[in-house]
Write a protein that binds this ligand. Structure first.
Ligand code: LLP
Length: 437
């Protein structure tokens, strides 16, 4: 199995964190998102421990909650002592509504509205990660109206190509995010921020990309950012107290994907940063990282019920399931790979045990692009009623789900110590019509 929290029980059923996914599908229905709470906590602790050990007590990981945002996640993050990265008033609202300590929340986005800024300040947001001049001006104005001095990090683009898919590469100079160091715009916006009286500049942020496997991406980014900090110190006499390196560690969707040793990687980045700081005559800043995918992806899987099995001799085969691009748009959007198997026949070696069936696993939306995965190998006798599991769906699945075709969203069921509970209820058709007049 591609993740250590997965196993197969004597009935041949796929289990996650000791819970039988077939039994959960029976209890809660399908499609069903299942998330392993213990794994989420373990992933948080990997970052917390590694960062504190490597960078010292001032370091803190911020969970990038765009990866999976619902109330229970923020409760878990609060209990684990994580900070969070939020990107909309909706995420601010969700975190605030469960008493997340908002001083540990960092508000991202390249286009925050005045309403976003004002609402987040009213919720006591810790930081804005300011992307541009318009936002700095709005923060300055709204903070002045409220009689506040607002902490801000500036988002910069270090000019690095992380070699991931285009939609998630953000650190290059031509990105829609942040101010480029290379063009001098980063320095100019820093000088501008330092002149504002209601903005307290706390340092800098960069995020190079997502689903990144190149181990030197954080090394290169941190080196460029530290050189920038040293330059700003020399020219303006301002020493940035914080440096936020963003998120991006890749996860294994397929057995052929490498497994990243995150703790070892963090240790390596910290050692290089300490050396660089010494060479530049800087104190090590308080370091932030913003993992999203690597906190929740391998904690999740989705279970569907197979319906139609269609064979087109000489052409192609299809297995249709009772969900699809509405609960997981990632293949449709990015061609993302996933491991797919039958949850109720997980011990079978389809390729060894008999005739196999190579198919596209597709959803039930009225659209040909509604594909969960292509070239999936299933047993030739796959049939209506079999349970199809898509693994590693904890990140950017529920978060990116939609009601296209008025399809209600599946519930999120959490498993803790082998016991399950509902974290997000299944939507009903009435829920989908809630705002219709
Ligand atoms: N920080 C910032 C500023 C980000 O933009 C992101 C992701 C993260 C942190 C978290 O990155 P992670 O650790 O999750 O790689 N929907 C796409 C992913 C979009 C990522 C956007 N930003 C997908 O499904 O692959």
């Amino acid at each position: 199995m591609i993740c250590s929290n997965l196993s197969v029980n004597p009935q041949g059923h796929l289990c996650i964190n000791g819970a039988d996914t077939v039994a959960l599908a029976k209890q809660y229905g399908t499609p069903l998102y299942i998330m392993d709470e213990d794994r989420i906590r373990e992933n948080c602790r990997t970052y917390l421990t590694a960062m504190k050990e490597a960078f010292g007590d001032t370091a803190c990981p911020l969970y990038a909650s765009k990866a999976a945002s619902f109330r229970q996640i923020y409760r878990i993050m609060k209990e684990e002592g994580m900070g969070v990265d939020v990107v909309s008033s909706g995420e601010v609202y969700t975190a605030h509504s469960v008493g997340f300590p908002m001083e540990k929340a960092y508000f991202h986005s390249n286009n925050k509205t005045d309403a976003d800024i004002s609402y987040a300040m009213d919720c006591g947001i810790g930081y804005f990660v300011a992307d541009n001049y318009e936002e700095l001006d709005a923060v300055e104005r709204i903070a002045a109206e409220k009689g506040l001095r607002q902490k801000v990090l500036l988002r910069l683009t270090p000019g690095i190509d992380p070699h991931t898919y285009a939609a998630v590469a953000t650190g290059k100079v031509d990105s829609k995010f942040g101010s480029a160091i290379e063009t001098g715009q980063a320095e100019a916006i820093t000088a501008y921020a330092l002149r504002l009286s209601h903005v307290e500049l706390m340092g800098f942020h960069c995020h190079v990309g997502s689903q990144v496997f190149d181990s030197d991406v954080f090394l290169r980014a941190s080196e460029i950012m530290l050189e920038f900090i040293a330059h700003i110190k020399a020219v303006y006499g301002y020493t940035a107290p914080e440096l936020d390196l963003g998120g991006g560690y890749g996860v294994r969707y397929l057995a052929s994907h490498p497994e990243i040793d995150i703790a070892a990687n963090i240790r390596e980045v910290a050692a290089a940063m300490k050396e660089k700081c010494a060479a530049l005559g800087l104190e090590l800043p308080a370091v932030r990282m913003e993992p999203g995918r690597s906190i929740v992806a391998d904690a999740g899987l989705t279970v569907y019920t197979a319906g139609t099995v269609k064979r087109i001799p000489g052409y192609k085969n299809y297995v249709s399931v009772d969900g699809g691009m509405t609960d997981n748009p990632r293949f449709a959007l990015y061609g993302s790979p996933y491991t797919v198997l039958l949850a109720n026949r997980a011990s079978e070696d389809y390729e060894k045990d008999g005739e196999t069936f190579t198919c596209s696993v597709v959803g039930r939306c009225c659209e040909s692009g509604d594909i969960l995965q292509e070239n999936v190998i299933l047993p030739a006798n796959v049939t209506r009623g079999d349970l199809v599991a898509v693994l590693t769906t904890g990140a950017y699945n529920y978060a990116m789900s939609s009601n296209y075709n008025r399809i209600p969203k599946p519930p999120v069921v959490m498993v803790k110590d082998g016991e399950s509970y509902v974290a997000v209820k299944r939507e009903t058709p009435e829920d989908v019509c809630r705002n219709d007049l």
